[in-house]
Design a protein around this ligand. Structure first.
Ligand SMILES: [Fe+2]
Length: 288
């Protein structure tokens, strides 16, 4: 099994290509978006495509671990160019329902997982080439969050980060520190040698990029949640820390696109597509 990582420096996001032979899945790809100019591009996804071309890979599936709050998903690039089916967690409809209301997307906006092509839930398998993607429902950061196990490797999404950085925030709608603790215990129950691949690396302290660790290493060294951390300790720590965090810079642009499996909103009559920015939907407000 080959695993290749691609790092988007703007959003600290890792995209993975996993393959054995000539059949690959792409996990957590990125559509680049510049909030200052409103420009989008496929720069990051094109880097992945260059590798796919070099290795002559086909891509039956493109997968998101969850509805990302810090970047737009690159799913449409892989659907259009490779005919890949988009895959995410079966409970994505819960996220769509919450944000349909926040963004006032109208009753016609689907809250049943469409337009994702394949919804998979705990324990389901998706075969590609000689490999299989096994779904682990790991909620906490979001209720629909999945980690994807392929052989001895788990693609964590936003559960754990590298041991020197910790774990994902739990203060988005439907998030729960207690639930994330339980999800992490399921990851910690895997064999110590299980390889873990993070979805983000923030280069703490200016260290070089790192994205691969193991269950054993996390249990020994994770600075926020190691094998000895109790549920009560973790919940108290996480809730206090989350209360101090700013919203991610791209949360409002990203979520409305990601719950559509990465499709941009329909263009207006002038041919230009617009994002919506809800004001004071998450606190704040200064009257008129
Ligand atoms: Fe996330």
């Amino acid at each position: 099994m080959e695993i290749r990582a691609f790092f988007d420096e703007q959003t600290w996001t890792l995209t993975y290509v996993v393959h054995a032979g000539r059949v690959a899945v792409v996990i957590d790809p990125v559509r680049n978006y510049d909030p200052k100019s409103g420009r989008t591009s496929w720069r990051s996804s094109e880097e992945v495509a260059a590798y796919l071309a070099q290795e002559k890979l086909t891509v039956p599936y493109v997968v998101d671990t969850h509805a990302h709050a810090d970047h737009m998903t690159g799913i449409p690039f892989f659907k259009d160019r490779y005919g890949a089916k988009s895959v995410t967690g079966a409970r994505i409809g819960e996220i769509q329902r919450v944000f349909r209301d926040v963004y006032d997307l109208g009753d016609a906006f689907p809250v049943d997982g469409r337009p994702f092509d394949v919804l998979i839930d705990e324990g389901m398998r998706l075969e590609f080439g000689s490999l299989a993607l096994e779904a682990m429902h790991t909620p906490g950061h979001t209720p629909a969050h999945m980690s994807w196990k392929i052989g001895d490797a788990v693609f964590l999404g936003d559960t754990l980060f590298m041991p020197d950085y910790g774990s994902a925030r739990c203060d988005f709608p439907g998030g729960s520190a207690a639930t994330l603790f339980d999800s992490i215990q399921r990851l910690y129950a895997l064999p110590d040698a299980t390889r873990l691949f993070v979805c983000h690396d923030y280069l703490p302290g200016g260290r070089p990029l790192a994205y691969q660790t193991t269950v054993g290493e996390q249990k020994r060294q994770n600075v926020q949640i190691d094998a000895r951390t109790t549920r009560e300790q973790y919940v108290a720590f996480r809730e206090k820390k989350d209360a101090e965090l700013d919203a991610p810079a791209l949360i409002l642009p990203s979520i409305q696109v990601n719950i559509r499996a990465g499709e941009l909103p329909e263009p207006a009559a002038n041919g230009i597509a617009y994002l919506k920015i809800p004001l004071d939907a998450f606190g704040g407000g200064c009257g008129r």
